[in-house]
Design a protein around this ligand. Structure first.
Ligand code: 1HS
Length: 263
């Protein structure tokens, strides 16, 4: 998505984690095109900077932040920098994530721990830090969007830790929604189907025993719509949940999966 939108996030400040690639980059660009000032956070500073530069190129406002979302001190510093730069925080998209390897029978403990540290604990740490700065006025709402997955809703072969961690994100979303509604902070979770991004490449290749085409073929049969999603299609859902058009939505589990979980 490039060019200007219709101002659906005009005057808002958004922080997007994992904003250096894939769904996070597409969402950061889309939020900026709709008028938001965007803090692009990524583990890789150069990746965050690339997204911020793309936003600047479309005449948007952005800063790049480097942080490991599973590290509380780095998260606190990054969120503080974003609020210092832009003066407020209205939208947090907890998009940053890692995959996992193997079923419970073979998974490595450090891989399990990493999946929970980034996918689940990262969502907690970023939300806790952001909430210190989210103070919507009467009649307004702030929006936290968590990144779940179809893997949090159905079993995915050889992906045990990722399924469990994304299931935790879905449960955490409901808990946050209940706790934060009195503060006018809405919390929803997107459950994407497979989108061809750097995060998914290892899983797709492994599914094909090292052959990406075979892995894609095995995956596509799971999608009634007949294709994988695009980062922009998930960014569209995130934009809606970030915007006032979703003002009555909190605690919602929003699948965008080409019909994968409808079967
Ligand atoms: C993007 C999402 O988290 C992927 S989980 C894997 C789903 S599938 O490829 O087994 O349909």
């Amino acid at each position: 998505m490039t060019g200007t939108g219709i101002g659906r996030l005009a005057g808002k400040v958004a922080l997007v984690t994992g904003g250096g690639s894939g769904i996070g980059q597409a969402s950061a660009l889309r939020f900026a095109a709709e008028g938001a000032a965007v803090a692009v956070l990524d583990l890789r500073e150069e990746a965050a900077a690339e997204t911020a530069a793309l936003i600047a190129k479309q005449d948007g406002q952005a800063i790049a932040l480097a942080a490991d979302v599973s590290n509380a001190a780095q998260v606190e510093e990054a969120v503080t920098r974003a609020v210092t730069e832009f003066g407020r925080l209205d939208v947090l998209y907890n998009n940053a994530g890692v995959d996992s390897r193997g079923s419970v029978a073979v998974a490595e403990e450090d891989n399990w721990d990493l999946s929970f540290a980034v996918n689940a604990k990262g969502t907690f740490l970023c939300s806790r830090a952001a909430l210190r700065h989210m103070d919507p006025a009467e009649g307004e709402t702030a929006s936290i969007i968590n990144q779940g997955s179809v893997a949090g809703l159905v079993g995915v072969p050889n992906f045990a830790a990722y399924c469990a961690a994304k299931g935790a994100v879905i449960a955490l979303t409901r808990s946050m929604a209940v706790d934060l509604a009195p503060r006018r902070v809405r919390v929803n979770v997107i459950c994407p189907g497979t989108v061809f991004t750097p995060l998914m490449e290892p899983m797709l290749r492994a599914r094909g025993d090292g052959d990406m085409a075979a892995g894609l073929a095995k995956t596509l049969v799971k999608y009634p719509i007949g294709r994988l999603g695009t980062p922009e299609e998930i960014a569209n859902v995130a934009l809606f949940l970030a915007s006032d058009e979703a003002s009555f939505m909190t605690g919602a589990v929003v699948t965008a999966d080409g019909g994968m979980t409808a079967q």
